[in-house]
Design a protein around this ligand. Structure first.
Ligand SMILES: Nc1ncnc2c1ncn2[C@@H]1O[C@H](COP(=O)(O)OP(=O)(O)OP(=O)(O)O)[C@@H](O)[C@H]1O
Ligand SMILES: [Mg+2]
Length: 387
């Protein structure tokens, strides 16, 4: 077996390449009882890394759970996902003598939920609080357990817009925090998603609900890993690609995240006849700029809500300026057509937008200049939204 070309879903098993240093670091933190916040740009390999950690921890005998909150938009849906995933992986306690009536009835509901749709009855605040409290007590805190919650910010952002959204968000974040605060708990958590969780919670004065989490970053692949991934993919398809061409490709991508390597490889493989050349690499790159592989970067800007339009204005201008732009020039763009008295307000808006775009990996700050982090993304943007 060897690595195969996968573009889109998280990669697992043989298809997962590299990241040894990050895995060692995460293991060290988890083994010393830390819970983690994996904050990293889009498509950098967060979910794949989380799944790999789950595989490793399972082999060490830990109980593991992966919950993808992209699958739900409601509080009820959130609870259902948690209840089912915990049930499937043996996280809930068994029925035992001496258990309170409340716990027995919640255990009964857990059983039923796993058999089919059951009303969770969380309409009333007291009933809901009781349910969360009982669920907390039903978790086996004494066993080594690893729970990954993917796309938490995305889910909370949607929930926040529903009726009484802010209250629901605060409740869930506080509940999750209280699970981590149980004395001598052996349950460790990993929350992943875009970096937004810190921004999101601090904007809602809920920063304290996640301040026990250890920040865990994930960047591009090291040059050695990037070379290894590209040459591994070539081998799997019996494609010849010497060191010089591998370097030419990686230099052209510049920001070597595994997704970009996988997508450019897929284009090269599509056109491959009997050799790869610099020209065929250029053609593959240009195709990426005109096709939809990178559309996720545009689509996901909708999560920026009121910041989406200014973010698009900034990205559009930056895509025409490979060398980058000064902050003042960007402010001028946002001020176009605005009353001069709004300059302070718009200046603040610009700071927010730039911070979000930096966190999500769209742009990079070098001294006072901001530019697209990836030439590929920049050329795609130019092609799609300017040309
Ligand atoms: N370790 C890896 N080895 C090989 N390919 C990888 C690796 N990590 C990520 N990829 C590539 O990147 C793609 C996206 O990976 P993944 O879903 O893990 O990223 P993500 O950061 O969770 O993305 P999103 O921001 O969309 O949630 C995969 O389909 C695969 O092409
Ligand atoms: Mg993901």
């Amino acid at each position: 077996m060897c690595i195969s070309n996968k573009i889109g879903p998280p990669v697992e098993g043989e298809d997962f390449f590299g990241r040894e240093k990050e895995i060692r670091k995460a293991n060290r933190l988890l083994d010393s009882n830390h819970s983690l916040l994996l904050s990293a740009p889009r498509r950098i390999g967060k979910s794949s890394l989380a799944k790999r950690l789950i595989e490793e921890k399972k082999q060490q005998g830990w109980k593991c759970v992966y919950i993808d909150l992209e699958e739900t938009t409601t509080e009820e849906g959130f609870l259902r996902l948690v209840i089912e995933a915990f049930k499937e992986n043996g996280i809930w306690k068994q029925l035992a003598e001496g258990m309170s009536k409340g716990l027995v009835s919640v255990l009964d509901r857990i059983e039923k939920i796993s058999l089919g749709p059951v009303d969770l009855n969380i309409g009333k605040r007291e009933e809901q609080e009781d349910l969360y409290k009982n669920l907390k007590e039903l978790i086996k805190h004494d066993e080594d357990t690893f729970i990954v919650v993917d796309e938490l910010t995305l889910f909370l952002g949607i929930l926040n817009k529903s009726e009484n959204g802010a209250e629901k968000v605060a409740f869930i974040l506080n509940w999750l925090r209280s699970l981590r605060q149980v004395s001598k708990t052996n349950v460790r958590w990993l929350f992943c998603g875009s970096v937004g969780l810190r921004n999101f919670t601090s904007a809602m004065n809920l920063g304290y609900t996640i301040n026990d989490l250890m920040e865990f970053g994930l960047g591009e692949l090291s040059r050695e890993e990037a070379e290894g991934l590209l040459s591994g993919l070539c081998k799997s398809e019996d494609m010849e690609m010497g060191e010089e061409l591998i370097n030419y490709t990686l230099d052209k991508l510049h920001w070597n995240i595994p997704y970009f390597i996988q997508v450019i490889f897929s284009k090269l493989a599509e056109e491959y006849e009997d050799e790869v050349t610099k020209e065929s690499i250029d053609i593959a790159y240009n195709k990426l700029c005109s096709e939809n592989y990178l559309s996720t970067w545009s689509e996901r800007l909708s999560e920026y809500r009121e910041f989406e339009v200014p973010a698009r204005q900034i990205l559009k201008s930056l895509s025409t300026q490979p060398a980058g732009m000064e902050r003042d020039a960007m402010l001028n763009i946002l001020m176009t057509g605005q009353d001069a008295s709004k300059v302070e307000e718009i200046d603040y808006l610009l700071s927010k937008v730039l911070e979000m775009l930096e966190n999500d990996g769209y742009i990079l700050k070098m001294d006072s200049i901001r530019a697209f982090r990836s030439p590929l993304l920049r050329d795609y943007w130019f092609n799609k939204f300017v040309q």
